[in-house]
Design a protein around this ligand. Structure first.
Ligand SMILES: Cc1cc2nc3c(=O)[nH]c(=O)nc-3n(C[C@H](O)[C@H](O)[C@H](O)COP(=O)(O)OP(=O)(O)OC[C@H]3O[C@@H](n4cnc5c(N)ncnc54)[C@H](O)[C@@H]3O)c2cc1C
Length: 383
């Protein structure tokens, strides 16, 4: 059985971010395991849609003078970082893929990078034991779960998940995708819901056939609270709380969740009646249920839950919250809020770190510092 100091399970943007923001990890024996075919790209490999973020938000966590500095000079990374607006998410997938390949090619000899799913993580005294799908095992002193998210199943009836719709590659296939459908309901009002709307209209669906329903008003991104105050606000737009929803560091309103770019423009067109989609804010869920029942096709874009492998302690499964939480050191918490020792989390939804306003550069470095401290503490305790 192979032994490592650290196992990073999942190598999408967050696993890659952890590794490339913390070159000190190169001194430790690291196992990177990813189940996918495109190392680094993670969920972005499948999403044929535009970003909500700006390209310049990415890869700031890589120190240009460190061992991963050359990543910033890779062609798709340069192209991405030059984008101060929205962009095709396939550009991000390419940039992440090439960055991951750089990590793999320059990995220290005491590292291992494997393309295999971890089926279960067993908690044991010597550290977590990883069981791979193929039956192989590996032990690590600590593990980081960076396995991403899957869509929350919120509806009673069968629905097309937004990510499945957004992976439809060929717009000319509308008839194959929705044969004979006349009435569409999109459940959700965040970026993936508006991306689904963009996709439906690109597939040739008449906007008058589409209803969007959401439990809360639509959050829009603003560069500052003053910008919010001086704008006009259509019905259906969320009112930000000046304390809770304004980033204390940048002053941005709804910094991460707020719609930007094309999704924001689409909401404007819907809210002002220029795109004849029916938008219903439905706190109780009654209209959503009715519309979902009446529609031929329901597109579900209601958020995400963590996609963790099974975690087992003394033969019993360890339950976690649907959106897994961690403490301020990044240690995974179980469903009762107790630490799961030896397991760190790179989270979702989107950033359950110390502050939801902290940007990725700080998050990856913070999480890495906590992991490095845990490895160091373990070494002193002779674990
Ligand atoms: C339409 C749409 C637009 C979006 N736009 C943006 C945007 O503009 N900006 C943004 O930041 N986010 C955006 N997102 C969200 C984005 O997809 C996620 O935030 C991001 O992919 C999360 O990264 P991750 O590394 O946590 O997970 P993932 O990208 O899902 O990567 C997880 C990796 O773990 C691997 N894995 C999972 N389970 C196992 C296992 N048991 N064993 C081994 N490997 C495993 C998977 O193969 C995968 O490679 C968007 C999402 C959608 C649907």
């Amino acid at each position: 059985m192979d032994n490592f100091d650290l196992a990073v399970i999942g190598f999408g943007i967050r696993g890659l971010g952890l590794i490339t923001a913390n070159p000190e990890l190169r001194a430790h024996r690291v196992l990177i395991a990813d189940a996918g075919t495109r190392l680094g790209a993670g969920a972005f490999a499948r999403i044929l849609s535009e970003s909500n973020s700006h390209g310049s938000d990415f890869f700031n966590w890589v120190d240009p003078d460190g061992p991963y500095g050359p990543i910033r000079a890779l062609a798709p990374v340069r192209e991405l970082r030059a984008r101060t607006d929205c962009f095709d998410l396939q550009l991000l997938a390419r940039a992440l893929g090439e960055a991951a390949e750089f990590v793999r090619a320059t990995a220290p000899p005491h590292w291992s990078v494997v393309r295999e799913a971890v089926a279960a993580v067993e908690l044991a005294d010597g550290g977590p034991l990883l069981r791979f799908g193929g039956g192989r095992t590996a032990r690590a002193r600590k593990a980081v779960l960076a396995c991403g998210v899957r869509e929350r199943q919120a509806l009673a009836r069968e629905a097309v998940l937004s990510s499945t719709l957004l992976a439809v590659p060929d717009e000319a296939r509308a008839q194959e995708v929705f044969p004979g459908a006349r009435r569409f309901t999109i459940v959700g009002t965040a970026h993936s819901a508006f991306s689904a709307l963009a996709k439906l209209t690109a597939l040739g669906v008449d906007a008058r056939a589409v209803t969007m329903t959401g439990r809360s008003p639509v959050r829009l991104h603003y560069p500052s609270y003053d910008a919010y105050r001086s704008a006009e606000h259509p019905a259906g737009e969320a009112v930000p709380d000046p304390v809770r929803d304004v980033c204390p560091r940048t002053g941005q309103v709804f910094r991460y969740h707020g719609l930007r770019n094309r999704s924001r423009a689409l909401f404007g067109e819907v809210a002002r009646g220029r795109l004849p989609v029916r938008l219903v804010i439905d706190r109780g869920g009654r209209v959503t249920r009715r519309e979902a029942d009446a529609a031929d096709v329901v597109i579900q874009a209601t958020g995400y839950v963590s996609d963790l492998p099974g975690i087992v302690r003394a033969g019993e499964p360890v339950a976690t919250r649907p959106v897994a939480l961690c403490d301020s050191d990044g240690v995974l918490l179980d469903a009762d809020g107790l630490r799961v020792p030896g397991i760190h989390l790179m989270g979702c939804d989107p950033y359950p770190y110390k502050s939801r306003f902290t940007d990725p550069t700080v998050q990856y470095a913070d999480r890495g510092a906590a992991v490095l401290a845990a490895l160091e503490a373990g070494r002193h305790a002779n674990l």
